[in-house]
Write a protein that binds this ligand. Structure first.
Ligand SMILES: NC(=O)c1ccc[n+]([C@@H]2O[C@H](COP(=O)([O-])OP(=O)(O)OC[C@H]3O[C@@H](n4cnc5c(N)ncnc54)[C@H](O)[C@@H]3O)[C@@H](O)[C@H]2O)c1
Length: 250
């Protein structure tokens, strides 16, 4: 028996990196997965390989910063699978600028993908979840949303906003049996971090501050996300789950 049997899960940014890993694990645990991204070729490949492994999944092209696309993605998902029980707001990217170096355009780009996307995703999925009788929202923040770090002003502000937006959702939607929790990864090896992982100074600093003294693999994040998404976490809402090898512990 799968841990997500009978569930329908929409995962954004699922073409690669952690989103891809979440999509694969969710399907393996019995969920019907709607994998969305704007990297269509990669997204289609992810879904094809989930299906080849016996899972159920569909791919939808989706820019998470675009309001009209959210409605059409949710409509297409509900038309195919009848409901949506789980939303994992995963798509985002980091930018490496101090406040002084960040142009307003940089700031807006990062805030759009980190925060506006999550607002839009929740705004449009909440009616569908209420109709389904409840649901679980997992918002991917970061330890960068909890503690100061060098050269990431906009990204940190965005990820910090995700942390508190999640608590606001938890308060407003508990009455509809909808839970919302945030996940705060430390350093994870993904295509998105390929370049920073080559920066020896940065990576040594991250390793030194990480008690487990290494970078995580995506699956190490997928299990906590799966837990929060599932009914196993039925008494968890408004929580911030830190998965960082101990970075925040000292
Ligand atoms: N990798 C890390 O060390 C780390 C640490 C903390 C938090 N995070 C967060 O985890 C999440 C996943 O990160 P990752 O490292 O797997 O990234 P990644 O770059 O490897 O994958 C992100 C995916 O999101 C997609 N995406 C980006 N912008 C999009 C948009 N506007 N619309 C639709 N899709 C879009 C990309 O196409 C890509 O497929 C992000 O929210 C990131 O901020 C990552």
């Amino acid at each position: 028996m799968g841990r997500l049997d009978g569930k329908v899960a929409l995962i954004t940014g699922a073409a690669r990196g952690m989103g891809e890993s979440h999509a694969r694990l969710f399907a393996k645990e019995g969920a019907k997965v709607i994998a969305t991204d704007r990297r269509d070729k990669l997204g289609e490949e992810t879904v094809a390989s989930i299906r080849a492994a016996g899972g159920e999944a569909m791919y939808l092209s989706h820019d998470v910063t675009d309001e009209s696309q959210w409605q059409s993605v949710i409509d297409a998902a509900v038309a195919r699978y009848g409901k949506i029980d789980i939303l994992v707001n995963n798509a985002a990217f980091a930018a490496f600028h101090s406040a002084e170096e960040s142009s307003l355009e940089d700031w807006n780009r990062v805030m759009d993908v980190c925060v506006k996307s999550i607002f839009l995703g929740c705004k449009f999925i909440l009616p569908a979840m209420q109709k389904a009788g409840g649901g679980s929202i997992v918002n991917i923040s970061s330890i960068a949303g909890m503690a100061g770090m060098p050269q990431q002003a906009a990204y940190q502000a965005g990820k910090g906003a995700v942390r508190i937006l999640t608590k606001s959702l938890a308060v407003d939607y508990a009455q509809y049996n909808i839970r919302a929790n945030s996940v705060h990864p430390g350093m994870v090896r993904t295509p998105g971090t390929r370049l920073v992982l080559e920066d020896e100074k940065f990576i040594n600093m991250m390793r030194d501050k990480t008690i487990l003294n290494r970078v995580a693999e995506p699956l190490e994040l997928s299990y906590p996300v799966l837990f929060l998404a599932s009914d196993e976490a039925s008494f968890m809402t408004g929580s911030e789950v830190v998965v960082d090898g101990g970075y925040m512990a000292q």
